[in-house]
Design a protein around this ligand. Structure first.
Ligand code: SF4
Ligand code: SF4
Length: 357
């Protein structure tokens, strides 16, 4: 099809700068892993939300509005200072749509100033050559775009047709690493779309991952035969990505519950636009404490707290963080102001609720 005919390539100087940043980022990631294995006292990954507003309105999304203002730069810097003080290794900027924030470049610079790894999740609609070069200059190290279908429909405009030109610009000008995430499962009209998206990502030199959506009853449901084949093929295509270490995804694809230790609230934090700490994007509201009042003792408690939503969780970034601690420290504690289990289906990333991470 027309959107996949063109093949872009980067110039020699861009390839050189990309290689240098790749090696530097990999070394910093290695240091992050060593530090995480040596100590459990700091957050490994934090999602921050500088902008809740989004230019799109994907039908399944519960993470955006169309009215909220950007969080002021000074406030974002203050939050990043606190996170750096905690010893955080990686900051991923999410939303809403972070590219709508007027001071995004300064936020990225501030992350790098503190020596933390800087990533971003975006719908990509505002990318152009100039914007990509500004992100290069600010020091961005990872960027993820989630693409839902080949052609836009009433559920999602994040399609390969709409975004392919942006992907080509990224392939030509970005010196940071790019990952393209596609989706399979309940509500996805054509599973072959995920395969086309993943192949296009690899063709352009990006890594590729796949997320799985569940049915609206909150039940783990195995993928069909063809969907499973597509899933396994994309996991193979994505072999350069960290997600290949994630057994959980294979369990989810087969409808199996997963036995792991979610360390959200401790090793992973989700900081909303109001500066409150939450377990993750799908468990907003708990613990709901302001970042500047979130003590090491609270993080320590959450580290040892079992999460009732763990077995059916589909938040892959938290599971990847969990790999570094799954082998140690059982979780005997229960959440303090615990939400009743009846609230679970609407909180976990299942059915109509879904995150890009
Ligand atoms: S999924 Fe992403 S692009 Fe779509 S509405 Fe939500 S935040 Fe915006
Ligand atoms: S939904 Fe997943 S990541 Fe979020 S708190 Fe529950 S188990 Fe952890």
């Amino acid at each position: 099809m027309a959107v996949m005919e063109k093949k872009a390539g980067a110039s020699l100087p861009v390839r050189f700068r990309r290689g240098v940043r790749f090696v530097r980022t990999r070394l910093r990631e290695l240091r992050m892993i060593i530090k995480a294995l040596a100590s459990t006292k700091h957050p490994i990954l934090v999602h921050i939300i500088p902008m809740r507003q989004c230019n799109l309105a994907c039908a399944y999304c519960n993470e955006y509005d169309d009215v909220s203002k950007p969080v002021p730069l000074e406030e974002m810097k203050r939050r990043l200072d606190i996170l750096a003080e905690m010893g955080t290794s990686i900051i991923t900027i999410s939303g809403g749509e972070p590219l709508m924030h007027p001071d995004l470049d300064e936020i990225i610079r501030h992350i790098r100033l503190h020596g933390m790894i800087a990533g971003m999740i975006t719908n990509g609609f505002f990318l152009n050559r100039e914007r990509i070069e500004r992100l290069n200059a600010a020091g961005l190290e990872h960027l993820q775009i989630s693409i839902d279908n080949v052609m836009p429909d009433e559920v999602s405009k994040k399609s390969l047709k709409t975004l392919d030109g942006k992907l080509e610009w990224l392939s030509q000008y970005a010196i940071f690493q790019v990952n393209i995430n596609s989706v399979l499962g309940s509500g996805v009209k054509d599973p072959e779309d995920a395969l086309k998206i993943a192949h296009r990502a690899v063709e352009l030199g990006f890594t590729s991952t796949v997320g799985i959506i569940h049915d609206n009853n909150g039940q783990l449901k195995p993928l069909g035969t063809r969907e499973l084949e597509i899933f396994e093929e994309i996991m193979t295509l994505g072999k350069r990505s960290f997600s290949r270490f994630n057994d959980f995804q294979h369990n989810v694809a087969r409808g199996k519950e997963h036995n792991w230790r979610c360390r959200s609230g401790s090793r992973y934090l989700y900081i909303c636009e109001n500066g409150l700490v939450h377990w993750c994007s799908q468990q907003r509201g708990y613990p709901g404490i302001a970042l500047d009042q979130y003590t090491p003792e609270m993080r320590h408690r959450e580290y040892f707290t079992e999460k009732f939503c763990g077995p059916r969780c589909t938040v892959s970034c938290v599971q990847q963080v969990g790999i570094l601690d799954n082998w140690r420290d059982p979780q005997p504690l229960k959440p303090m102001p615990m939400a009743p289990p009846a609230a679970q289906p609407e909180l976990v990333q299942i059915g109509s609720a879904r995150s890009d991470s």
